[in-house]
Design a binder for this molecule. Structure first.
Ligand code: E4P
Length: 309
């Protein structure tokens, strides 16, 4: 885990330029104490997973994608649309990212306008690239062009599938409201390709006992955060890089850290400068608990029995 003196100093400066994201109603005397980021979103298409987290005030936003909608049980376009509308309504006025599935600029813009009509809190998720991987005749910059066109139409966007800091910068320049770096997929990829004998720059994370403790290491693969440390995790490092760049240039596009794999990444995602973490519901449920909290609660309830009337 990060030590307190390793927490990057730029994060506080970035908070100064960011808007309040939790709104305090005018008639309330007590302003919300955590009105500025970091925010926590639920990374799921399941309203049953979202509801308890939203009601507990843990999440105030949702991200979905076609894979998550399928996982949540959608088997047709009609069903997926119904599920997305329900989520948008429940979360209003908090943001819900809905991903485009069309692959050419004009069709994507049309689809975005339809999705944006679901509610004022809809954010359109636009893949940053990969178009030529689907069909070599496609325009690789389709994502950036769509982000820019939607900015011109005052539609909020979330640039997804971000894997380096220049992609994040280009998305911000195109007008994206959010960028989603996938820290877990970087970790997964580098885990598979990590070789102890290579230089650290070629590996995602550096472990002393590379051969002996793989499984354990994978679970705790964020032993160091950010540039300059003895150990590196390029997933968390990616978030840190984007955060430094956006902070230096006063870019207000929010850094929506995505693709979480474990509990440790949640704490480190906050420490390294993400504005928002979008996390699967099971991880969020888990990090809300602690065995010592359970133990302490049992003792309070037991001792409280002495005062029962
Ligand atoms: C982000 O918005 C994506 O939906 C998500 O985090 C992707 O995560 P995965 O790598 O678990 O698919």
């Amino acid at each position: 885990m990060l030590k307190p003196d390793e927490i990057p100093a730029h994060i506080g400066a970035r908070r100064k330029i960011m808007e309040e994201t939790i709104l305090t109603p005018k008639k309330k005397k007590l302003a919300h104490p955590a009105a500025k980021s970091p925010r926590i979103f639920a990374d799921t298409g399941s309203i049953d997973e979202i509801k308890p987290l939203f009601e507990a005030g843990i999440v105030n936003g949702v991200t979905t994608n076609p894979t998550l909608m399928k996982k949540a049980g959608a088997t047709s376009l009609k069903q997926a649309q119904k599920m997305m509308k329900e989520i948008v309504k429940l979360l209003d006025p908090y943001p819900v990212s809905l991903e485009l599935t069309e692959l050419t600029k004009d069709k994507m813009i049309k689809q975005a306008e339809k999705l944006a009509a679901y509610g004022p809190n809809v954010v359109i998720k636009v893949p940053i690239g990969g178009y030529r991987a689907i069909d070599p005749s496609y325009d690789e910059h389709t994502g950036l062009k769509v982000l820019h066109a939607l900015w011109e139409k005052d539609i909020k966007t979330n640039a997804t599938l971000i894997f380096n800091s220049t992609q994040a910068l280009f998305a911000a320049r195109a007008g994206a409201s959010y960028v989603s770096p996938f820290l877990g997929r970087v970790a997964d990829y580098m885990y598979k390709h990590d070789e102890a004998e290579r230089d650290m720059g070629n590996s995602l994370y550096f472990v002393e006992d590379h051969r002996g403790a793989r499984e354990n290491t994978r679970l705790h693969n964020t032993g160091y955060v950010a540039a300059g440390g003895e150990r590196k995790d390029s997933g968390i490092r990616l978030i840190h890089e984007i955060s430094v760049i956006f902070s230096n240039y006063k870019i207000k596009t929010e850094i929506l850290a995505a693709s979480f794999r474990n509990d440790v990444q949640v704490a480190e995602g906050l420490l390294c400068g993400a504005d928002i973490l979008t996390v699967p519901a099971p991880i969020l449920m888990r990090v809300a608990s602690h065995p010592l909290t359970d133990e302490g609660m049992k003792a309070f309830v037991e001792d409280g029995k002495a005062f029962e009337s």
